[in-house]
Structure formats: C-alpha cells, structure tokens
Design a protein around this ligand. Structure first.
Ligand code: ADP
Ligand code: ZN
Length: 720
C-alpha cells in the first residue's frame, strides 16, 4: 500500500493522507481525485516531508479515486506555490486553485459542446429572448456563458435551444496551437536596442536566473527588444510567459506579436470561454504552447518547460491582486523565474520605486534604452493653470486646451483627453435637501452612467435606475450631477465640436478584446478625431497620428493621504503623455491643474523624472516606508459593525511586542464598508529585516473569532 499526502482544492481543509494501490506510483505533483465524505475533490499529491497532516492509521485511509493523465506539477512550481502561500499568508489550496483552474480541463475529453445562434427566429418571441439573441450575436459558448453574456437566465437560453434558434456545436479542445517562428519578421534594431537585446538573448541561453529592469521611455522599442529574447526562447524550444496588465491591451499586442512571429501567442485571461481555457491549459502543461500572454493569473500555470518571463508595463497597479490571495504578480514573477532558473525582464517607462531600488542596489540588472525609436521625439508637456485660465462655468476644458484641440482637428490629427473617472458624474446630489446617492453596500458614491442610464457602484457593482425624484425630500427635477466623468467630458466635446468623431474608452465601452480591436481599427483608419478615456488608454497603444493629449484633472490622483499618490500620478501622466507624438509628427501634452507648482507637475513639465524619483525615494527612506521598511494590513470584516470593531480591537490588543515593529489601529479600512461588510484595519509597520509574516502567523494563529468575521492579511499592501 502507498500512503499519499494530498492538498485538496478546498481552503478549509489541511492536507490529508490517502491510499493508492501498491502498483500505482503517485509522484509528488500528480493531480488526483480524492473522496471526502460523500464528495469527490480534486487535489495534488505533495512531498509528505514538506507538509504536516493529521495522523490517520493506515487501515483507515481511504483510497484515491483517480490519478489524472496530465503531467504532474513540477518541483519549481510546487516550491512557488509553497512560497506564495507562505509569503502572502494564504492557504495552499487557494494558490493551487490558480494553477488548476477547472477540473474539466483535467479529463481527457477532446471535444466540448458549445452553443451558438442559428439565425432562425423562434415562433414565440419574448423581450428576454429578443435581448438574448441580440446580445449573443456571433458569440459561442456554454449555456451558462451565453446566459451571462446576454444577461438572461440559463432557462431563456435553453428555451431558445428547444425552439431551434440556438444550436449545439462540437468544439475540439485539443487542436494544436500554431508554432511561432522566431525569424518571421525581425526588425532591424538600433545600436542601443541591439545591445539591450544581446544581454537578454545571452541570459536566455545561459538558462540561469537573471532579473532585469528594462527601462526606456514610451516608444523606445522595449517590446521589440524583449521580443528578441522571446525569439531566442522559441529557438531553444522553451516556453515564454509575457504578463500584461489589462485584457484590453492584449488585442493590439496579439496583432503585433503575429507580425513579428507569424502567428498569435496563446492568450490567458478571465475572458476566455471554458473550451478556450481548457485547450490553453493543456497546451501549457504539455509544453506545446510556446508563448503565453496573460493577465496575472497566467503566472501559476504549469508550464512544462519555461525559458523566460516578461512582465510588461511592470509598474502597473493591476498586477496587485486585491481579492483572495493578495499577491503582487510582478514580485511572484521574479520568484518564479528564480525557482525555474530563467531570466525575468520587467519592462517599464516608469518603473515603481521598489523596482528602481532593486536595480539601484544591483539585485536587478538595469538595461536602458536612451530615447524614442527613429525620429520620434518625446512630447512637450505644459501645464494649464486652471486658476489663471479657467473653463467656463459648468465646463471642464480650459480655453487654451480647447484652442489646441481645434488646431489639431483642422490638421486632421487625433486628440486624447484623459480623465481617470468612468461614467458621467462621480456624485449625484439633491439640490433641494442635499441628499447624496450612496451605495447601500459600500462606503462609496453611486456613479451616474448616462450611456446605459443608471447609477452604479464601482466597488460592488450595485446598480439603480436613474431616479426621477429625490428619495429623501421627494422633490422632482432636483438632482444634479457633480463633477465630471469621461461621459460628461464627451458631452462637452460634442457641444464644442459637433462635427468631430469621438470615442469614449473605459472599461464600460472596451470590455472585451474584440471591442479593443474595434477601437484600434477605428483609430488606425482615422475614423476617430477625439478619444476621451480613463487609464485604459494610457498604455500600450501606438497611434502615430495622435499628437495632442489633454490631462483633464492632474490633481485627481493627488488628493487623499496615500503615500504612493505622487508616484502614481507621475506614472499615469507620463504614460498618457507617452501616447502623443509616437510617429513622425511631434506630440504635445497639456496638463490642467490647480497646483502648477506641485512637485509632480513641475517634474513632468521640466522632464526631471530622476529628480522627482530621487525626492520620492528619500521621503520613503526617511519614513522607513517600502521598499525601505515593510507594511502589512490586517483587514477584519463582518456584516455586523459591532462584531467587526470588537474583533478588531481584540486582535489589536493581543498584538505581540516585537522590536522594530509597530501596530497601528484598528481604524476603519480605506473602504470602511465593502459589499455589505464592515471593514476595520490594523496596519503593521516593520523594519525590512523582520520576518513580519512569521510574527503575524504566530499572532493570529493563537486567536479565535466569531464565525461571521473574516480576517485577511494584505502583505505589502498597495495603498496605505
Ligand atoms: P515601447 O514598448 O518602449 O513603448 P515599442 O516597442 O512599442 O516601444 O516601439 C514603439 C514603436 O516603434 C512601435 O511601433 C515599434 O514597432 C517601433 N519600433 C521600435 N523599434 C523599432 C525598430 N528597431 N525597427 C522598427 N520599428 C521599431
Ligand atoms: Zn457598492
């Protein structure tokens, strides 16, 4: 008999031992199906010496039901999973879930049944059916996926199947992916690019851990340069993972990749259908998927033969996961590269202070590209002082900016207005009684969205129809929109330039790769004159005819006490500026601000990035803030306010006294209420040398709390 230790994919359970018949060898990393009470649960066999499990006598062990016919998770990945669970204080099972996204990917079936519209109109048409058919369009997927896409119940889809308006199709889930060709369309690199590429290519050949920071202004050719490293990995027959921050970014990236390598890479993100996910997962595990481009969740996949990891736009905040396992994909990527013994390239025009510091102390090797590729110059950045040059009442665009937009329109060049705020207005209030529309579940205002005509909470997704009258004082027509969102700026643009062709680019309008592709196509064809967008447009895109960028409110990110506020604003405005003048025509950037003298703004205008970063870094060092000190947040939440505050106080009172560590709070968390849960926070601040995780594990491990309370630790929190 063999005793096998298994981590089940259920965070509430510790490792359990099972029995395998004596002629079955269950290697560590094997994916198995195990009985648990009356249920069957997927799990992964692990080295017994690395995990404690409850003592069970051999005679009482239950037998494993099945060992899946997929390659076992390799040792470096097993170590990564342990490291992640340990570092971020998360259950092993929760980390494993990111490796094994669905049990259906594991069975050997070669096809999956999906559904799509036939074009037939059903005899009985209801509004729901009409909506379903309209929204499904050309889409194909499982019943559940179609129902979600169409925003109807599964029953409506099943009804349409019965009525013949939707039909079943068999989709193969093991068609091979095309093989990228490293020599399909190589660029001719400039000298500095060539030298940078050579270092990466050497590192890929060396098959050793080597972390790099690839630092160069927007448009300097960072992508072209790391593509050379990708080409080398392909030549070596090894896999590459490229992490990108946004799904909307993948589409232009895929096209560009195809131009360089002859076919698209394998994409991995939350928008995949189950059949696509299953096909990709199996190809990744077998090693057939040579280049995988993905969101942060692609980091934990079981690559068979990894040769290189690239994190593009490595400064992006969306690499920090804020739910579940609260990991930072940039940092885990470097750890994975270390365990897999491969190079990691972090590419950014505006690296995070943490990353710069690692380069500064020589842990990461910094590779710099000096300027933009070809004849393109960095754009001129100028400030518009909103006090000296104010927009008319009820408007947000200053006369100087409007004049420049007019010039641009006349020249037939494109303009981008940047405002990092979705919707029409961030706050709606009653002029009569002052009532403000707040989310019932969160400490957040309801944001008016006129395009879809409703108010929405950006934190929990709660929506309500736009009210006619004030719910408080019942006054009609008393509601006013306060402040601008992108939709409101779009209205202003339409009033100023009725003939201009505009597009709003936010996660509300660009919610799929296909939508992103459509937008890119229209921009490239010159069908758009003015884009109004949120941070979604600040990165990745390359539109040579875009020559003017207007930052509508540069002060927006600077309010609030967040230590990273200045850094983040600087990065965001640099990135959006980077969209201007990427081709032969020069670009210009106008930054609207009430505080032209603020350090961020003056650094942007003088182009003194180094000075700005140096001052920020010193401020962090003086306050022993990251990367010079460490932080961890402990979030205590409950649906019951008293329970949350009392538990938080109790946990706070039992804080251990440790040298080089201080515990602050409890205090209401930055979002004091989120999705119906009241949240309190304790903030742990410690010296770098201290193993904070160990202290916290010990501290919380001794405590109990009521069932309704959740305690989550956010190690290296992003905002604080
Ligand atoms: P970054 O990633 O630094 O923003 P990109 O790699 O996107 O820069 O390069 C900006 C633009 O310049 C892209 O259109 C790219 O194709 C082009 N480019 C950069 N280097 C070269 C080169 N050596 N040959 C041809 N085109 C290049
Ligand atoms: Zn909410």
């Amino acid at each position: 008999m063999n005793r096998v230790r298994v981590i089940l994919l259920n965070a509430a359970l510790g490792p359990l031992d099972y029995r395998a018949s004596k002629d079955t060898i269950v290697e560590p990393g094997s994916i198995v199906l195990a009985p648990l009470g009356p249920r069957q649960i997927v799990g992964v066999a692990w080295e017994p010496e690395r995990l404690q499990a409850g003592e069970v006598e051999a005679a009482r062990l239950r037998s494993l039901l099945h060992v899946y016919d997929v390659p076992p998770l390799a040792e470096p990945l097993r170590r990564l999973i342990e490291w992640t669970a340990d570092y971020y204080l998360a259950p092993l099972a929760s980390v494993l879930r990111m490796t094994l996204p669905s049990s259906s990917a594991l069975d050997g079936a070669r096809t999956i049944v999906e559904y799509r519209a036939t074009g037939l109109v059903p005899d009985r048409m209801t509004p729901q059916r009409a909506q379903a058919l309209e929204r499904i369009g050309e889409r194909q997927g499982l019943v559940r996926e179609l129902a979600l896409a169409a925003d109807v119940s599964d029953g409506v889809i099943r009804g349409l199947i019965k009525a013949g308006a939707i039909e079943a199709v068999e989709v193969s889930v093991d068609d091979p992916f095309p093989m990228p060709d490293p020599d399909h369309g190589p660029p001719v690199l400039e000298a500095a690019q060539r030298e940078a590429a050579r270092q990466f290519v050497d590192a890929v050949r060396a098959r050793e851990f080597a972390p790099f920071l690839l630092d160069g202004v927007t448009g300097s050719g960072k992508t072209e340069v790391y593509f050379e490293a990708v080409a080398e990995a392909i030549r070596q027959g090894r896999q590459t993972l490229v992490l990108l921050p946004e799904i909307a970014l993948t589409e232009p990236f895929l096209k560009r990749f195809a131009a360089r390598f002859g076919c698209e890479p394998v994409a991995w993100h939350s928008g995949l259908r189950q059949s696509q996910r299953r096909r990709a997962w199996r190809a990744i595990a077998s090693g057939d998927a040579r280049v995988v481009v993905g969101a942060r969740s692609a980091l934990f996949l079981p690559y068979r033969n990894l040769g290189l990891i690239v994190v593009d736009e490595a400064h992006e905040t969306s690499f920090k996961q804020e739910d579940g396992v609260q990991y930072h994909a940039r940092d885990v990527a470097v750890m994975r590269a270390k365990l897999e013994k491969v190079p990691a390239i972090l590419a950014s025009a505006t690296p995070a202070i943490e990353t710069r510091q690692m380069a500064e102390i020589g842990v990461y090797k910094e590779v710099k590209l000096p300027g933009r590729y070809g004849t393109a110059e960095m754009p001129d950045i100028a400030a518009i002082d909103l006090l000296a040059d104010p927009p008319p009442r009820g408007r947000w665009l200053a006369p100087t900016l409007v004049k420049e937009m007019e010039v641009n329109l006349e020249r037939g060049e494109q303009t981008l207005l940047f405002l990092n705020r979705r919707g029409y207005a961030p706050l709606t209030l009653c002029r009569h009684c002052g009532h403000r529309f707040q989310c019932p579940n969160c400490t957040a205002w309801m944001v008016e969205h006129r395009l879809v005509s409703r108010l929405a909470c950006h934190h929990c997704g709660h929506v309500m129809p736009p009210p006619r009258a004030c719910p408080e004082c019942h006054e009609e027509d008393s509601l006013v929109a306060c402040g601008p969102g992108v939709e409101r700026i779009a209205d202003e643009v339409a009033a100023l330039f009725p003939d201009a062709r505009t597009a709003i680019v936010t996660s509300d309008t660009i919610w799929s790769p296909a939508k992103a592709a459509e937008f890119v196509g229209r921009m490239e064809a010159g069908d758009i004159d003015i884009v109004i967008g949120t941070q979604l447009v600040t990165k990745g895109y390359h539109f040579p005819n875009l020559t003017l960028v207007g930052v509508v409110d540069a002060d927006l990110g600077l309010s609030g006490g967040d230590l990273r506020a200045a850094e983040r604003s600087f990065q965001q405005i640099m990135q959006v500026s980077g969209r201007a003048g990427r081709g032969e025509k020069p670009g210009r950037v106008l930054v609207q601000t009430h505080e032209p003298a603020a350090p961020v703004i003056s650094a942007l205008i003088s182009g003194d990035a180094e000075g700005f970063y140096a001052a920020e870094t010193e401020a962090r060092r003086d306050a022993a803030m990251p990367p010079f000190g460490r932080l961890a947040g402990i979030i205590i939440s409950s649906e019951d306010l008293t329970e949350a505050t009392e538990t938080a106080r109790l946990i706070g009172r039992t804080a251990p006294r440790v040298e080089n560590m201080a515990v602050f709070g409890p205090a209401p968390a930055p979002l004091a209420m989120l999705r119906g849960r009241h949240r309190q926070r304790l903030l742990v601040h410690a010296a770098r040398s201290l193993d904070v995780q160990d202290v916290i594990r010990d501290w919380l491990g001794k405590l109990d709390w009521p069932r309704g309370v959740r305690v989550a630790v956010d190690v290296d929190p992003y905002s604080f």
